[in-house]
Structures are given as structure tokens and as C-alpha cells.
Design a protein around this ligand. Structure first.
Ligand SMILES: Nc1nc2c(ncn2[C@@H]2O[C@H](COP(=O)(O)OP(=O)(O)OP(=O)(O)O)[C@@H](O)[C@H]2O)c(=O)[nH]1
Ligand SMILES: [Mg+2]
Length: 294
């Protein structure tokens, strides 16, 4: 990570407020549904959620699998799964089987609690309560709409869409609380922050796209050699700025004086990545991570 990169931070007041309200609601939750982005399964883990969810059954959703590398998604799914923690990788846009899988996993993880209620003589135990949480723009509201079977919550392709907590009676057996995407007050790991920026979890207005494109280029050179060469029709370039210049030439993104417009090229590259135009790409590879224990 280059030293002169602009520092990334995004923790507006609504996130702090949401974090407090989530904490307050925690005691009534039977289950946590944490939605991460399959392209960055670790950088999209919110450390405060891990702490908050401790002791509660948890489903980790790896969303946006249509944009991620399928082989890596399969590896991550295995690596993150534990006894108390189911992992489901889902393309929430397609919605195929989303409802069925979420309901089945919720049932399984709350079975002991449900049986306990029955044993106490409650004939029709209440619906289980789940809190959907995670970083901004990861697909929490889309997921709940899928389980509910109706587009009742607002979803848009930018972070910070959901601003308040709201309960959805998604299924007779499952209530889900939608929450605003939250980040944390300070990113100790600026590389992870850049990955969050690239994938769209951070307000674009705070980002330097040239910085982000350099991180994207070096990561793709490491994991997907040849892909950028193919997309931007160049050969034998290593330096990220040379790659940016090649991309500018290929896409004809030029200033009035015919020089490459690197700012606009960087932004175009990030948006091509986000739309999946550069391929199905995972920016964190499972085999490179040594310790996944929490
Ligand atoms: N390609 C793809 N897009 C998805 C997927 N899931 C969600 N999206 C899109 O991602 C964007 C964000 O989805 P939301 O459901 O609003 O995300 P959120 O987590 O509720 O976001 P905040 O409320 O801002 O925290 C929308 O444009 C969705 O259509 C997926 O699996 N694949
Ligand atoms: Mg939302």
C-alpha cells in the first residue's frame, strides 16, 4: 500500500446511532444474520459485529457471488463455517432459493431454543428474531425483501440507503430486523479500507479513485494475471500508473489536450470492476489468510 494514499474514514452520526440501537436490540435476538461481500470476505467483516454476535447463533451471508470468483467463494464458505455459524453464499439479485436457504438455516440454528419453548409448554412458540447487519451496501435490505417475497424495503446501489432500524415479519417463523450498514470509527487497516471503497461500501465522495485503482490493479496483477491486459489491450506493463495510462488509451478517456485523463480513467475502471465487467473477481484469497479464528 503506497504511503501517500489519502486516508479513508467514514463514520457519520447515523452509523453511531445505529450501532447503539443495534446493541440495545441485541438481547431480544435469537440469531444474527451478517451480510458480507463475497469479493472481500474478511475486509467486509465488521469487528464490532463479531463482538456483538458472540454467543449468538450466526448466519454469515456472502453476497454478490455473481461478481465474485466462484472457486474462492467455495473456499471461503468452507473456511468460515463453524458449528455455531452457518455460511451461505448467495446471488441476491437472482433470488433463487434465497428464501428457502435462509429459513432452513435459521430453523436449524434456533432449533434448540424453539424446542425449549415447547418444552416449557408454549404450544405455538413465537417467530424467531434475527438481526440483519453488516457493512453498507452489502445487500441486507435486498436479502430481507427476498425472504419476505416483496420489495418492501428500499434498496439502492450506493452505501447508506437504510437509515433506521425496521422489523419485517418475513415469514411466520422468522422476524428480521433491517439495520443501516455500519462501519467502525477508525480503519486501522487502510488496505482493507481501500477494498471496502473499491467494492462500494464507502461514500464515493470521500474516495480517491486513483488510489483505489492502484490497489485494484496490484491486487488483480497478483491474483488474476492477464485479466487487465485483456480488458485494456496492453502488454508487459507493471506500474499501476502505466496500466492506468493504457486503460485511458484503450477507452479513449482523454483531456482536451489529448493527454490521458487518469482521474476519469480510474473512476471508470472502478465502476467496470463493480459491474463485473473486468470478470468475476475476489480481492482477498482464502489461501493467503493464515488465521481465521476469532
Ligand atoms: N450483483 C449483485 N448485486 C446485489 C446483490 N445483493 C444486493 N445487490 C445490490 O447491491 C445494492 C445494495 O443493496 P441493498 O440491499 O440496498 O444493501 P444494504 O446492505 O441494505 O445497504 P445499506 O442500507 O446502504 O447499508 C443494490 O443495488 C442491490 O441490488 C447480489 O447478490 N449481486
Ligand atoms: Mg439497506
Amino acid at each position: 500500500m503506497a504511503e501517500n494514499m489519502k486516508n479513508i474514514n467514514w463514520y457519520p452520526g447515523h452509523m453511531e446511532k445505529a450501532r447503539r440501537q443495534m446493541q440495545e436490540n441485541l438481547k431480544v435476538m435469537d440469531l444474527i444474520i451478517e451480510v458480507r461481500d463475497a469479493r472481500i470476505p474478511l475486509a467486509s467483516e465488521n469487528p464490532f459485529l463479531a463482538e456483538m454476535a458472540a454467543g449468538k447463533p450466526r448466519i454469515i451471508i456472502l453476497s454478490k457471488t455473481d461478481l465474485a470468483d466462484p472457486e474462492q467463494t467455495a473456499r471461503w464458505e468452507e473456511a468460515l463455517r463453524t458449528e455455531q455459524r452457518e455460511v451461505l453464499s448467495l446471488d441476491l439479485r437472482q433470488g433463487k432459493d434465497v428464501r428457502k436457504k435462509i429459513i432452513a438455516a435459521s430453523r436449524q440454528l434456533t432449533a434448540a431454543k424453539y424446542e425449549k419453548m415447547k418444552a416449557r409448554g408454549i404450544r405455538n412458540p413465537r417467530a424467531m428474531r434475527a438481526m440483519a447487519c453488516g457493512i453498507p451496501n452489502s445487500g441486507k435490505s435486498t436479502l430481507i425483501n427476498r425472504v419476505f417475497g416483496r420489495a418492501s424495503l428500499k434498496t439502492e446501489d450506493h452505501p447508506g440507503v437504510t437509515r433506521s432500524l425496521s422489523w419485517i415479519h418475513a415469514d411466520p417463523a422468522l422476524d428480521i430486523l433491517d439495520t443501516p450498514g455500519v462501519l467502525w470509527p477508525r480503519f486501522d487497516d487502510q488496505h482493507a479500507a481501500a477494498l471496502l471503497g473499491i467494492t462500494g461500501a464507502i461514500n464515493d465522495q470521500l474516495l480517491d479513485f486513483k488510489d483505489l485503482s492502484c490497489v485494484l490493479i496490484t491486487t488483480m496483477q497478483k491474483y488474476y494475471p492477464g485479466l487487465l491486459e485483456k480488458a485494456y489491450e496492453y502488454q508487459d506493463l507493471e506500474d499501476p500508473y502505466d496500466v492506468l495510462r493504457a486503460a485511458a488509451a484503450c477507452r479513449r478517456i482523454l483531456k482536451e489536450n489529448n493527454e490521458a485523463d487518469l482521474d476519469r480513467t480510474a473512476s471508470a475502471m472502478i465502476h467496470e470492476f463493480r459491474r463485473g465487467k473486468l470478470g468475476r473477481i475476489t480481492l482477498e484469497h482464502e489461501e493467503d489468510v493464515e488465521d481465521l479464528s476469532e
